[in-house]
Design a protein around this ligand. Sequence first.
Ligand code: G1P
Length: 277
Amino acid sequence: MPKVTKAILPVAGLGTRFLPATKAIPKEMLPIIDKPLVEYAVEEAVLAGIKEIIFITSHTKRSIEDHFNRNYDLEEKLNQAGKKESLKKINREIFKDITFTYIKQKSQKGLGDAILQAKHLIKDELFAILLADDLILNNPSSIEQLINVSMENKCSVIGLSKVNHDDIKKYGVISSLEINADQNLFWLDDIVEKPRDNPPSDLAVFGRYVLSHNIFKYLENLDPGINGEIQLTDAIRLMLSDYPVAGYLYEGKKFDCGSKEGYVNAITYLAKDILDN
Ligand code: G1P
């Protein structure tokens, strides 16, 4: 089975919860201390063996492209000043052989529509999706865990997290009758996007997926779902009738940085190391 080498990062969202900070800066570029949020997700993907990062972006997100491009002026100045450590930070060795591709999503029609924009770049293969808003700190990383499970079981795998009853309506939620509890592996029999009432479980989709290319068949003709958006969850639900999909409950510290609370918690958590030293 071919390795998972491509990752899609949808970054076209408006970031209205962080206005006015996100008026001129994409929410993915907000810093978690000294590194933008999006770089955590890119780093996670690259360290898990991903070779091509496909951003689904919009015309207001130019600075994400700038961030992953070389900045020769700054490199030259840092070089002249002998600032080797700073140079390593802006021109990271691990990103040297990575292909960065940018696709503009014409209108914001939802996560499913964003993923569909990359159809022509995905062949007959499994590919990763990372939602940069969800910062997950663990080793091995969450996407590496999902890639391993998907290669072992030769199927699509969705990252899961246990979420409390009051918050579960903000997420995609799975139901599963067949559980391999030792491995934290759940075979899905259903999945619902943002259930208004009666969530099928406390297991929420949390920011990471490894999906089969078959998902595009279901995305292509999908009607808008909740909030009038083309939902990736709805396509996964349709795919379930034809292909097995697993959910994997991964360990690790998780922060929903799409919310102010999660963003502040992430910074506070990582700041401890700085304050303790
Ligand atoms: C998206 C997905 C949802 C998932 C969530 C967190 O929702 O549609 O299924 O649970 O990310 O990863 P959003 O937060 O974009 O509304």
